[in-house]
Design a protein around this ligand. Structure first.
Ligand code: FPP
Length: 245
């Protein structure tokens, strides 16, 4: 296992949890079995992030495109989400975790919306890990939604906004407002794309791709990803001081 540098921890890790279906298929199990195992991995990674001392952890639980999956699979994912929120909200609170959900929750069944609202309210004063669940989230939808809010704002002000105002306001209108940009993004299962996840916040994020399927994702995988992050030379478009003439 690679050593992680505790002094250079990413303050925010985002994860695209991929490969539940393939995990199940490789065991001749139905896809929902992969999602059920995926929930266990999700619980383990939340615990690990807290132990490591990461401040923010964002998990892509359900994308705005996931509605296009077969009806039975969507129902199973909803069932899992409902049961996760019902059984784990008190546990998150006990562990001083603050839960925040980004995405368009209105599309979920009313009882799920209530569970989300209650979990956010209950944990809102917690000071430990900030857990962000992206549910019915899409990066483009988020930017479009922010652009619409910006247009409303200009309309209420009855004037054209300056470029500086747009620069300052747009990030505040995103669902991710108040959450620092992810420093590290992990995608499991060997796929190497962003899939409409945090498009705006990932401008300078370091990506680590692992072949591990999400249900098999363990403490070792998160440590390895952080160790890889520690080796990256983050320049944010600049050059190294030593290269400047
Ligand atoms: C991708 O696997 C996984 C998802 C659809 C999202 C992650 C879901 C979970 C961890 C379980 C349910 C959790 C919640 C909060 C609803 P895939 O089905 O795309 O796998 P494949 O690419 O191998 O088919």
């Amino acid at each position: 296992m690679e050593e992680i540098d505790k002094k250079k921890l990413p303050c925010h890790i985002a994860i695209i949890m991929d490969g539940n279906g393939r995990w199940a298929k490789s065991r001749n199990l139905p896809r929902p079995a992969g999602h059920r195992k995926g929930i266990e991995a999700l619980q383990n990674v939340i615990e690990a992030a807290g132990e490591i001392g990461v401040e923010f952890l964002t998990l892509f639980g359900f994308s705005s495109e996931n509605w296009n999956r077969p009806k039975d699979e969507v129902s199973e994912l909803m069932r899992l989400l409902r049961s996760y929120l019902r059984s784990q909200t008190a546990e998150l609170h006990k562990n001083n975790i603050r839960l925040r959900v980004i995405g368009d929750r209105k599309a979920f069944d009313k009882d799920i919306v209530v569970l989300i609202d209650n979990a956010e309210r209950l944990t809102s004063e917690n000071t430990g890990l900030n857990l962000v669940m992206a549910l019915n989230y899409g990066g483009r939808q988020d930017i479009l939604h922010a652009a619409n809010l910006l247009a409303d704002h200009a309309w209420r002000e009855k004037r054209k906004l300056t470029e500086d105002e747009v620069n300052a306001l747009l990030p505040q209108f995103l669902m991710t407002a108040g959450i620092p940009d992810p420093e590290l993004m992990i995608r499991t299962s060997g796929e190497q794309r962003i899939s409409n996840f945090l498009l705006w916040p990932c401008a300078y994020t370091e990506f680590v791709f692992t072949d591990t399927l999400w249900p098999d994702f363990s403490r070792k995988d998160i440590d390895d990803a952080i160790a890889e992050f520690n080796k990256r030379d983050r320049r944010f478009g600049r050059i190294k001081t030593s290269q400047a003439q």
